[in-house]
Design a protein around this ligand. Structure first.
Ligand code: AGP
Length: 610
């Protein structure tokens, strides 16, 4: 999604803006630009393509102590120079950058054009620049002009505005697209996420929906859009720059795959009570009774987070014996779902900003159900709008393909299962202690898998030119088959489908031949014998089989072409291990195909628009 950076202070804004945009590249974009206020004139530099192209242009510009920068992921109008942000008004006196969608932009554009405004781009954002110009011309106060203009807007915005005749202020406002302010010494910054700020300051203030901020180099004032002053404590960022850097790995995705022993540990740190065989999570303490009295969980999410939700369904229904429904957030938000008394809606989101998932949270609350978040990004909108929730503590996930967030989501879902199953008395203390003990062994078991990464790389070499893949699993590992397929398709652009292994014979097996590799998750669990039969079905049609397995014997070795052996664990925990080889397989195939692993084409790290 789009990235925003703004600076006002005593240093040269140019490098700070470009550096900040580089820290936001992972969000996915297709053009970039900055606006600088130089001698009461706004210089705008923008280009399609990467921030590196913009960086080369900035070298010839004049230094400035105030400026705004943007990376755009096209929603209205193709990715070209004209449509890139910043956008300005007719006079060139106002420049703005914007994340979000202005749904009534066309009606506003027609009205403004009839008043003599001239437009250069096809974007919705440019309409806002002219709307602000219209009000600024009459009111002469930039903050009031921005506030008045935003009241005309239907839709979402994270917007930063500057004016050539107001060299000492930046105005920022948000509704639906995150903005965070970085507080410095004789300087202040603003960005769409904190990774663009952390190099300069760890003191931040999060803007919330329908709020507007006025930044000078020495002060920040917050108001609601209906002009009420807001006092808000600054917060301290808990991560630092090196956590955002690649740390010696070729790609962020590979770094994040290898971080999983630590991030899985962090997800459970301080949350397991060994003696009682139970879990505790601070963010759920106040709602524990609601959780124990729940008659049903509805888990809503998108993409990889939806796969985690599906794993959650299997483990919570099997162990805590609570019915669990899993819903794509994009469907849940519009299907007028029936929510019953004692339903609890859980929203899983790494970014905490996915528009569909946020809308699902709002829909649940509108229907009177509590919505609890399972989120990675602290202070994100979904985290703030949920009634309660649990942070997964995976740290910044930069690679567009989600990896460490997925396994941490699974850890938290297991913690929730443990809390509920023990709280409802359907799980004994002994069994609880066994689960706790096995969860504590997971980081070491993940390390063992990571140490065999060379095996996945060799298999990747064999299959890097495949045109299609089938991923198959049963039970709690069926969602892992879906996740393995998603990982492969989203970074290598190879078509891949995940299926319940038994479902193959109801159609997909027609696809099997020597050119269609099938990846099976064939662990020694309650589904093992059935999976072996499914492997035979593929082999009988000359399909090549890659099996993720444990306690491998000669019988299995004789049945498949490639084995990826992983350590054994409890069935309910096994997806946390079985997904790791699939992450690595997808990664190595994508690298061998020369794909942009961290920023795959067409994708964004956080889909903050519908
Ligand atoms: C996963 O690899 C994808 N990048 C994507 O499906 C992602 O999981 C989805 O957009 C949901 O994002 P969220 O967890 O931040 O809400």
């Amino acid at each position: 999604m789009c990235g925003i950076v703004g600076y006002i202070g005593e240093r040269d804004a140019r490098g700070i803006l470009v550096e900040g945009l580089k820290m936001l590249e992972y969000r996915g974009y297709d053009s970039a630009g900055i606006a600088l206020l130089v001698d009461h004139h706004i210089d705008i530099l923008k280009t399609p393509g990467k921030v590196s192209k913009l960086d080369a242009m900035v070298g010839d510009s004049q230094p400035a102590s105030i400026g705004i920068g943007h990376t755009r992921w096209a929603t209205h109008g193709e990715p070209n120079e004209v449509n890139a942000h910043p956008h300005k008004d007719c006079s060139g006196n106002i420049a703005i950058i914007h994340n979000g969608i202005i749904e009534n932009y066309l009606a506003l554009k027609i009205k403004l054009a009839s008043m003599g405004h001239r437009f250069e781009s096809q974007t919705d954002t440019e309409v806002l620049a002219h709307l602000i110009e219209e009000f600024y011309r009459h009111q002469g106060n930039l903050e009031i002009a921005v506030r008045t203009a935003l009241k005309e807007i239907d839709g979402t915005f994270g917007v930063v505005v500057m004016a050539s005749d107001q060299p000492d202020i930046l105005i920022a406002a948000r509704r639906g697209s995150p903005l965070v302010i970085g507080l410095g010494d004789s300087e202040n910054l603003i960005a769409s996420d904190a990774s663009a700020l952390v190099k300069h300051t760890r003191k931040v203030v999060y803007l919330q929906d329908n709020e507007i901020a006025l930044l000078t180099k020495d002060s920040v004032s917050l108001k609601s859009l209906d002009d009420k002053l807001i006092e808000r404590e600054a917060e301290q960022l808990t991560f630092d720059v090196e956590q955002i850097e690649k740390g010696g790995y070729a790609h962020f995705m590979l770094k994040e795959i290898h971080e999983q022993p630590e991030t899985v540990l962090n997800a459970m740190r301080g949350r397991l009570l060994e003696g009682e065989g139970v879990s505790k999570m601070g963010g759920l303490q106040d709602v524990a009774d609601n959780i124990f009295n729940a008659k049903r969980f509805v888990i809503t999410a998108c993409g990889t987070s939806w796969h985690a939700a599906l794993v959650g369904k299997y483990i919570i229904e099997q162990c805590a014996r609570i019915p669990v429904e899993v819903d794509y957030a994009s469907e849940f938000r519009y299907r007028d779902a029936v929510l019953l008394e004692n339903d609890i809606v859980w929203a899983i989101s790494q970014s905490g900003e996915t528009a569909d998932t946020l809308a699902a949270v709002r829909e649940a609350r509108k229907k009177g159900a509590p919505a609890y978040g399972i989120v990675n990004v602290v202070g994100s909108t979904i985290a703030r709008e949920s009634n309660a929730g649990v942070y997964i503590h995976a740290g910044p996930e930069i690679g567009v393909a989600s990896t460490k967030a997925f396994t941490s989501q699974l850890v938290v879902l297991n913690l929730i299962n443990l809390l509920v199953a023990r709280g409802k008395g359907v799980l004994s203390a002994d069994k609880g202690r066994e689960i706790v003990a096995e969860m504590q062994r997971l980081p070491e078991k993940i390390k063992q898998i990571l140490d065999t990464a060379g095996n996945m790389e060799r298999i990747a070499e064999e299959f890097k030119d495949s045109k299609n893949f089938m991923y198959l699993g049963r039970g709690v590992n069926f969602p892992v088959a879906l996740e393995g397929a998603l990982k492969l398709k989203e970074i290598s652009y190879i078509h891949a489908e995940g299926y319940p292994a038994a479902e193959m014979k109801h159609g997909p097996i027609a696809l099997i031949d020597q050119n269609m590799p099938a990846v099976f998750i064939a662990l020694r669990d309650s589904t093992y014998d059935k999976v072996l039969s499914n492997i035979q079905e593929v082999r009988a049609r000359r399909g090549r089989v890659i099996a993720v397995a444990n306690e491998v014997d000669d019988h299995l070795r004789g049945m498949v072409d490639y084995i990826i052996e992983i350590p054994k664990t409890l069935e309910m925990l096994s997806p946390i291990l079985s997904v790791i080889p699939l992450q690595l397989l997808a990664y190595y195939i994508a690298v061998k195909r020369g794909c942009n692993v961290d920023q795959p084409r067409n994708l964004a790290k956080s889909v903050t628009v519908e």
